[in-house]
Design a protein around this ligand. Structure first.
Ligand code: ZN
Length: 173
């Protein structure tokens, strides 16, 4: 099971499972299950366990645990080398904006939002797209919403998606 940072933040926002389910287009039962898992992760992290231990115990991916740790601001005291998680790094450089948009606070190269993890350049829109769609984008990847420079995973589109929308909505858009 994977709990995205987006859902984790919503779980902590005080909104009900049903409300969250509506905004992320999921079933309430799934949100309730995610909340249960997230609470288990939080409890083990507060007890001071490592990401690997928590991931194994709760049966989630280590990246999910790392994401929870970063949201809950629980320092990781394990391991001599701390490797920044790109997903956590992405969200640390954003701020939610009304309407479900995500404002990019990080740097850019030629107008494209980027950041660096272990000296590797990560393109924020590409990462956002992968988070939402589970695949690499094809062609130009950019927000399809009206918020300039938005990096919300739900709002980032690639060329095939735009073509599909055009076919569905035709001249309406
Ligand atoms: Zn947006």
């Amino acid at each position: 099971m994977q709990i995205s940072q987006d859902v984790a933040l919503k779980l902590l926002s005080g909104r009900s499972d049903a409300e969250i389910a509506r905004t992320v287009h999921a079933r309430t039962a799934n949100v309730a299950a995610a909340r249960n898992i997230f609470e288990n992760i939080a409890e083990l992290l507060r007890e001071g366990h490592s990401d690997t231990y928590v991931a194994r115990t709760v049966r989630v991916r280590p990246t999910t645990v790392a994401t929870a740790r970063s949201i809950l601001k629980i320092p990781n005291l394990h391991g001599p080398r701390k490797i920044e998680d790109p997903v956590a790094g992405f969200y640390e450089r954003t701020r939610p904006v009304d309407g479900g948009h995500l404002k990019w606070l990080g740097g850019d190269v030629d107008g494209y939002p980027v950041f660096y993890v272990q000296r590797r350049r990560i393109r924020a829109r590409v990462l956002a797209f992968r988070l939402r769609n589970g695949r690499d984008p094809v062609g130009d990847v950019r927000p399809g919403c009206e918020f300039d420079g938005c990096v919300a995973p739900d709002h980032i589109e690639d060329r095939p998606m735009r073509e599909t929308y055009r076919q569905i909505f035709g001249g309406l858009l």
